[in-house]
Design a binder for this molecule. Structure first.
Ligand SMILES: Nc1ncnc2c1ncn2[C@@H]1O[C@H](COP(=O)(O)OP(=O)(O)O)[C@@H](O)[C@H]1O
Ligand SMILES: [Mg+2]
Length: 319
């Protein structure tokens, strides 16, 4: 099976008056069709920038994005429109991502009209089909975003993203702004839609219980870099990078006889502005040594399990 999406050495830098922000710095992964890849890490580590750059809301600084076997890193306008039909995004906050002046009908109809594929009765029929697909009641056809609760607003956002039948969707913290009681409903909707439409998701979240529930594989990011990636099962059972260990230790254990020992990360968060070469977690890592000042390479430890840490074998007593 070949990958739907391959990202190779992707970088996205922002020039600011304080210096160059290395928001995404040399990220490599691949994602198979129909699968969900979770992306986790603290706020500011580059999760949203990674998603936005992959779907071309922002121009990559360096690296390669290969989608369905085609290099789509630098596209011309016309080809970009074609790509947009296949790559969509669902944002965290449906309050700000939906246009407050557009009704449900207009929000969902807009991409259909812009694609020139639907008009007249066929357009209205398609809008109704999409509303039903994402579970929006018919009576809300002419409602505006402020007239609906957060869960329904997010359903409208999902309906709009699905309008042109995309293959790949970046879900950027799609349930983080919702009440806990509504989160499960929206997650279930996303999973049902994935099944029915063979969708491939990149699912960004800081919530590890959500990512465990929904993802086939996980990328752990720290300050713009990928520190570990493997299957979800493997990460929760056998996380190898010191940062992943600390991150996962924050999840309370359900087993009272075997409580998780929480690893508290000490030390300063390094700035993503003009960072020094070498491991960015080193300043906070209990295992840091001289060799960590050198640039780190993502290394395959076992099939499908990659870690970026020069001391990974020592720390985990692997041969
Ligand atoms: N347009 C921008 N201009 C300058 N810096 C940015 C811009 N967008 C994001 N950043 C910076 O890039 C880093 C990563 O941000 P982001 O991708 O939003 O992280 P996350 O989604 O993981 O919270 C942060 O330091 C953020 O301040
Ligand atoms: Mg974000």
């Amino acid at each position: 099976m070949s990958a739907l999406l391959e990202v190779k050495h992707l970088k996205k830098y922002f020039s600011t008056h304080k210096g160059v922000v290395h928001a995404v710095d040399d990220v490599t992964f691949s994602l198979d069709e129909g699968k969900t890849m979770g992306v986790v890490g603290e706020s500011g580590c580059g999760k949203s920038t990674l998603g936005r750059t992959i779907i071309h809301l922002q121009e990559p600084t360096e690296g390669q994005i290969i989608f369905q076997g085609e290099d789509v890193t630098h596209l011309k306008r016309k080809d970009l429109d074609r790509l947009r039909e296949n790559m969509q995004i669902v944002f965290q906050d449906p309050y700000s991502s939906l246009n407050p002046r557009l009704s449900v009908r207009d929000t969902i109809a807009e991409p259909l009209i812009l694609s020139h594929k639907f008009k007249g009765a066929a357009l209205e029929k398609e809008v109704n089909r999409l509303m039903e697909l994402v579970g929006i009641e018919k009576r809300l056809h002419n409602a505006y975003p402020h007239e609906m609760d957060g869960g329904r607003r997010q359903r409208v956002g999902i309906g709009r993203a699905l309008a042109l039948n995309p293959k790949f969707i970046v879900c950027d913290e799609p349930v983080s702004a919702l009440d806990v009681s509504i989160q499960a409903q929206v997650l279930n909707l996303l999973m049902d839609l994935q099944q029915e439409n063979k969708l491939t998701y990149m699912f960004v979240t800081h919530d590890l219980s959500v990512v465990r529930h929904i993802s086939d594989s996980i990328c752990v990011m720290y300050l713009g870099q990928l520190v570990e990636t493997c299957s979800t099962e493997e990460l929760f059972k056998n996380q190898l990078h010191p940062y992943s260990k600390a991150l996962l230790s924050a999840i309370p254990s359900v087993d009272i006889h075997n409580p998780t020992k929480r690893i508290v990360i000490k030390g300063e968060i390094v700035s993503p502005i003009d960072p020094k070469p070498g491991c960015r977690f080193a300043a906070r890592c209990p295992y840091a040594c001289e060799a960590c000042k050198e640039p780190q390479k993502l290394e395959m430890i076992s099939t499908g399990h990659f870690v970026s840490c020069c001391r990974v074998k020592e720390i985990n007593q692997l041969s």
